[in-house]
Every structure is written in structure tokens, then in C-alpha cells.
Design a protein around this ligand. Sequence first.
Ligand code: F6R
Length: 234
Amino acid sequence: EDSCRKVAEIIEEVVANKPDALLGLATGSSALGVYDALKADFDAKKVDFSKCRTVNLDEYVGLPQSHDQSYSYFMHKNLFDRTNFDESKIFLIDGEKNGDDEAKRMGDFLAKNYPDMQLLGIGPNGHIGFNEPADVFEMNPHVTDLTKKTIDANARFFASVNDVPQKAITMGIGNIALAKKTVLIAAGDSKAEVLGRLFKDDVIDPQLPCSILKIHPDAIIVADKALAKKAGLL
Ligand code: F6R
């Protein structure tokens, strides 16, 4: 909860300094607590999202926006519908449309709009967005095959592992690196190994996608103490 509150406060500071900020947002269990804290502060009239613009990191290919595991659905349920974001300022991928077309639409948007802040979770394999470990860092939005590790990690949200989509559309690592500020929240024991490597390995390696953050001029990593200890950082 403390981690989530810290991240929410960072986002609120971005919005206070720039009411029409473009917020790059994430889904997943780590983001959930951040959105609860943002909603609480919205209710307490500490923050106003009415002028903010948003763009989300990724979306599953094949899921309609009305599917309760689509990232569009997640964002509406956990943030947009509980606060005062303006629907016309929200950029979301439609997982039912052609993936390459949607990736291009997102790329066109990001070519003209750099997020003022990009919220990130981290996969147990070090992915950010759905940029899985690879031989190169992809620059722009693209359709990607999810790895078995990611499919298994996300199976908890679906009736069975066979229901987890095998492909997703994601912002590229390049798009993430061009955000003015990045804030990564890490939660859960499964992130300990990659979090440890992120700090200890002195390389920027596409096999550890989050390692791109090492060269970002304004990258914040937030983790709870138990996880940081497990990662060997404390
Ligand atoms: C979600 C996303 C992913 C998640 C990551 C961690 O939009 O881009 O990179 O942030 O898989 O997910 P959780 O927080 O559920 O462990």
C-alpha cells in the first residue's frame, strides 16, 4: 500500500505541474493499488484528471474491449470510471481489430505525443509493457508473442491457462524510453530475481527488457522493503 501511495503521489505531482499531461498507464495487479490511491485522492479533491490525456502500454490481441480481462475493461473499471478522466482524451487499443493496424495507430499517436510520465509494472522475466526478453529492443508499437512465462503468470486472471491470449500489442521499448519520466512499481516475490539483476548487472540487455531504464534520465523504481531485501538490494 505504501508503494502504491508513493507512485500515486508521483503521478499527482506530474498532473499538478501540467494539468493536461499525457499519462502513460499500465494494467496488472501492481497498478491496481496505484489506481485505488488515485481514486481516494480524487475523492478527497486532491487531484483533477479532467484535462489529462492517457495512453496505455498494451492490450491483448483478440479480446473485445468489453471482455473483463481486456486492458480497456481494466482501465475503465479501476481508474477511468471512478474518477473524472475525459473519455475523448483516452487512447486505448482495440484488441479485436487487426493487431498491426492498431500498432500503427498507436505508433502514429506516440510519434506526436510523448508521455509526460509512463507507469510501468515488471514481469517476472523483466518485461516492461509486453516487451518480452529478445535479441533487440523494439522501437515502436508492435504485435508480440507472449512467452510461456508471461502466459503462465497471467493465467491467474483467466478460467484456464488455455484462455490466456498468446499475442499482445505493446508500446516498444523505444516509446517507453522516450517518456519524460518513468515510474516502475515492482510487487511480489516473483519479481525479486529480475529486480536484483536490474540493479546489479552492469549491462543494458534486451534479454532483460527493463534494463533500458538504466539510461533513462528520470526513472524511478518503487518496491516494498520485503521485495527489495529478497532482491538483495537492502
Ligand atoms: C501491463 C503490463 C505488464 C505488467 C507486468 C506486471 O499493462 O504492461 O508489463 O505491468 O506483467 O504485472 P503484475 O503487476 O500483474 O504482476
